[in-house]
Design a protein around this ligand. Structure first.
Ligand code: KG4
Ligand code: ZN
Length: 361
């Protein structure tokens, strides 16, 4: 089966071709037009997707050495995301599927992230699985999924039949937002997550202890021992007030140490919650996804904790951590392989927010 995936939910225009589970192409164009605005400007994002979508899809087809007539199925993000941005990819994908008379599969962007550690057979190098491992790249349901991006921090349990149940989520800022906003306070450019990751490598994580809300390491740990929700707004306030008390020279001299300390606070919360959720439920497999899953300290700490507790860890290749269309095509293919019949109605409406609670991917 040859499937074309399209992704336009935020500021990446992406198209990918998968053939029988193998990624043949994955073209990602990251929008630069938001630089200077401190975040993504929705209207600019939609216009940029509109400008690029045809060329990106064409490039994905030609890099895969196929033409549109070779396609069997098209999948695209239907949400959640910026509604205008989602609309561009979704309309394009459904029109193309209709014109080619092939089925269309709408994909939930966050669910695609959840399964991204399994794309292309898994990743021995980063995923902690060996080349010989027979389960490499195969979703092992049930598994605990930690999805950490700029807009979401979700802890879910993925059951058989691709069902998912959210067991914890952020009460305020997402983990990626915590990286981006505290990084901005440190004078780093948007998105600051990768920059903090890079800086922190030269810093001391124990330089300053920032708060770790709703964990056993927080001052109010007693009442929050088994809480599976997250909160990062206190960290943000704590970084701001602490920075205000320091001189610019001191901040300058210790920028890497501060970055490492912020990163350590975020990472230790994510690790404690995720591993705790798996152990409480005796679930033996964890998969981490979303932009923040590219963070090197998170990867290292998760690997260490999971191996300590005999839990199998699945991590996406960094190229599939951030937004990409390969994950959209991959979930489309997985759904079809699990018996879902793709529709030929081409009338899926876009949605902006994440449907909560239980659902089937
Ligand atoms: O999944 P994603 O590409 O877009 C959505 O938000 O849907 O995630 C982007 C987020 C940003 O907040 C960015 O700062 C963060 O992922 N991020 C990182 C790293 N790479 C991306 N955060 C920490 N360390 C990284 N290496
Ligand atoms: Zn995303």
């Amino acid at each position: 089966m040859i499937i074309l995936g399209l992704e336009t939910s935020c500021d990446e225009t992406s198209a990918a071709v998968l053939q029988d589970g193998r990624v043949c192409s994955n073209v990602v164009s990251s929008q630069l037009c938001h630089t200077g605005f401190g975040g993504v400007v929705p209207e600019l994002a939609s216009r940029e997707h509109e400008r690029l979508i045809v060329a990106i899809a064409d490039t994905a087809l030609s890099e895969a050495n196929i033409t549109k007539n070779d396609l069997d199925v098209i999948a695209a993000t239907a949400g959640p995301g910026l509604i205008g941005a989602v609309m561009v990819g979704l309309c394009f994908a459904q029109s193309m599927a209709w014109a080619l008379s092939i089925p269309f599969v709408p994909i939930n962007h966050i669910e695609a992230h959840m399964f991204s550690p399994f794309i292309d057979g898994g990743f021995a190098k980063d995923g902690g699985l060996t080349e010989e491992d027979p389960t490499r790249g195969v979703p092992e349901e049930p598994f605990i999924s930690l999805t950490v991006s700029g807009g979401h921090t979700l802890l879910s349990i993925i059951g058989t039949d691709l069902s998912r149940r959210i067991i914890g989520q952020t009460l305020d800022d997402a983990a990626g937002e915590a990286f981006d906003k505290t990084g901005k306070m440190l004078g780093l450019s948007y998105p600051a997550g990768p920059e903090i990751d890079r800086l922190a490598k030269q810093g001391d994580p124990s330089f300053h202890r920032f708060p770790r809300a709703l964990t056993s390491q927080s001052q109010t740990s007693r009442s929050y021992r088994n809480n599976e929700d997250f909160s990062f707004s206190g960290l943000k306030t704590s970084v701001r007030t602490w920075l205000q008390k320091q001189s610019p020279e001191y901040i300058d001299a210790h920028r890497a140490d501060i970055a490492a300390s912020i990163q350590d606070a975020i990472v230790s919360v994510l690790v404690e919650k995720t591993v705790g959720a798996a152990r409480r439920r005796q679930v033996n497999s964890i998969a981490i996804a979303g932009g923040v899953s590219a963070n090197s300290a998170l990867r290292a700490a998760m690997k260490k904790e999971c191996s300590r507790h005999g839990i199998r860890l699945h991590l996406p290749s960094p190229v599939y951590s951030t937004d990409n269309a390969a994950m959209i095509a991959a979930l489309g293919e997985l759904k079809i392989s699990r018996g879902m019949r793709p529709e030929r109605r081409y009338s899926t409406a876009p949605f902006a927010g994440m449907p909560t609670g239980e659902s089937k991917a």
